[in-house]
Design a protein around this ligand. Structure first.
Ligand SMILES: *Cc1c(COP(=O)(O)O)cnc(C)c1O
Length: 407
């Protein structure tokens, strides 16, 4: 082997020069999106929601995800709040969630007045560990929110079985999992509700937006009411039946989503092919721990390509220095989340005099220690979905940069 090459972070030449070889631009769009937007602009309907584009997008996305009903809304965060409210979950109720997720999974639970109960994750999938869920169930537990982290479905055999046994609802947080499949069935319709985000970074994007999916007609009506200021869905009863908001998605966003949905299958295939190749390239690099590829996952949506590194092999560099070294080589990467229960809001809730909302009990989040989550936060690497839209040779650059830094 040749002498160690100087790393870009130490002044060496980067594996990839961003000005010579840029990564794919995101989002992907062309004149089709322009035509769709102009169609709404000139529609003559006051740009009013409840128009053709929104209804059609709801049907198309629900059908794509093998769900009977889709209710579009303003964001993935709103979608979680809507699902919780539609299930009547509120003060005094507990909701089981993983600690390794975007803040919204927890903040939505707090927003309805319920109490998030964190259950540790699996080290090789980054998803909630089904074997630890039952120990966290109390008489106050109402729901479990598995997050399909990075686009990799959580265990949708075990989790619904536990929920059924204890009469709990399941809300799939599928904000990162458009198109993902568990044993041939698309996620989002495997629980009582599935929620998605269309925020700019997500695999299906309208800048902002979200949707709630369900197979149950009554729950669909309940979600509709929460989205539409609490009104009765059939329209002939006046007034408001639940505490709702205005969570409606605009026609402009809906028309963009319809065209973007047309691009999603090809993009998902491309991410998946590149991810498979990258997995192969990285599988023999010492110090890289690749996730477990569960054969029950028939499609991983790859919102992120994640792996973990053996911290002992970082030649004295810290995790964040390792990420900086990878970025310097021209490979955009992130070190990922911190444990959610360490966020200031949970520390403050723990020190609150009295109780959160009407809850009989607020967990002491400051005493919480979920070892797998904490380990994963110390050693994970995330590569963004846009990198997986590049070519096979670009995957070789990612591997070359990692070999350069780790060997
Ligand atoms: C992005 C995201 C959300 C929130 O979606 P927004 O549209 O940004 O509100 C919720 N959960 C997870 C896991 C996410 O990644």
């Amino acid at each position: 082997m040749s002498a160690r090459e100087k790393l870009a972070i130490d002044g060496g030449t980067p594996v990839r020069d961003k000005s010579q070889k840029p990564w794919p631009v995101w989002p992907v769009y062309d004149a089709e999106e322009e035509r769709a937007l102009l169609g709404v602009l000139y529609s003559g309907n006051w740009w009013i929601v409840e128009g053709d584009q929104g209804r059609r997008f709801e049907q198309e996305f629900a059908a794509y995800h093998h769900a009977r009903f889709g209710l579009a809304c303003t964001s993935g965060t709103a979608a979680l709040v809507i699902a919780l409210r539609a299930l009547g979950i509120g003060c005094g109720d507990e909701v089981i969630i993983p600690p390794y997720t975007f803040f919204a999974t927890a903040s939505a639970v707090l927003a309805v007045g319920a109490t998030p109960i964190f259950v540790d994750i699996q080290p090789d999938t980054l998803n909630i560990d089904p074997l630890q869920i039952e120990a966290a169930i109390t008489p106050r537990t109402r729901a479990i929110i598995p997050v399909h982290m990075a686009g990799r479905p959580a265990d949708m055999d075990a989790i619904p079985a536990i929920a059924a046994k204890h009469h709990l609802a399941v809300i799939e947080d599928a904000a990162q999992a458009h198109g993902a499949e568990w044993r041939g069935a698309r996620v989002g319709a495997l629980g009582d509700f599935g929620t998605f985000s269309f925020q700019a970074s997500k695999n299906l994007n309208s800048g902002e937006g979200g949707i709630v999916l369900t197979n149950n007609a009554e729950r669909a009506d309940a979600a509709w009411s929460v989205i539409n200021v609490g009104r009765y869905r059939d329209g002939h009863l006046p007034g408001y039946q639940v505490l709702g908001g205005n969570f409606r998605l605009s026609e402009f966003q809906s028309c963009i989503l319809r065209t973007q949905l047309g691009r999603l299958p090809e993009q998902t295939d491309r991410r998946s092919d590149n991810a498979r190749y990258l997995y192969e390239l990285l599988s023999n690099i010492p110090g890289i721990l690749l996730p477990f590829d569960d054969p029950r996952i028939t499609c991983n949506a790859y919102h992120l390509f994640t792996f973990r590194v053996d911290l002992d092999r970082l030649q004295g560099r810290t995790h964040s220095e390792f990420i900086a070294a990878l970025n310097a080589e021209g490979i955009p990467a992130s070190g990922g989340y911190s444990p959610l229960y360490r966020e200031g809001i949970f520390t403050r809730l723990s020190h609150h005099d009295g109780h959160w909302c009407q809850a009989e009990f607020t967990p002491d989040y400051t005493a919480m220690h979920l070892p797998v989550c904490e380990q994963v936060c110390r050693d994970s690497v995330w590569l963004f979905q846009t990198l997986l839209l590049a070519d096979r040779s670009d995957m070789e650059d990612i591997a070359a940069a990692l070999i350069k830094i780790l060997l």
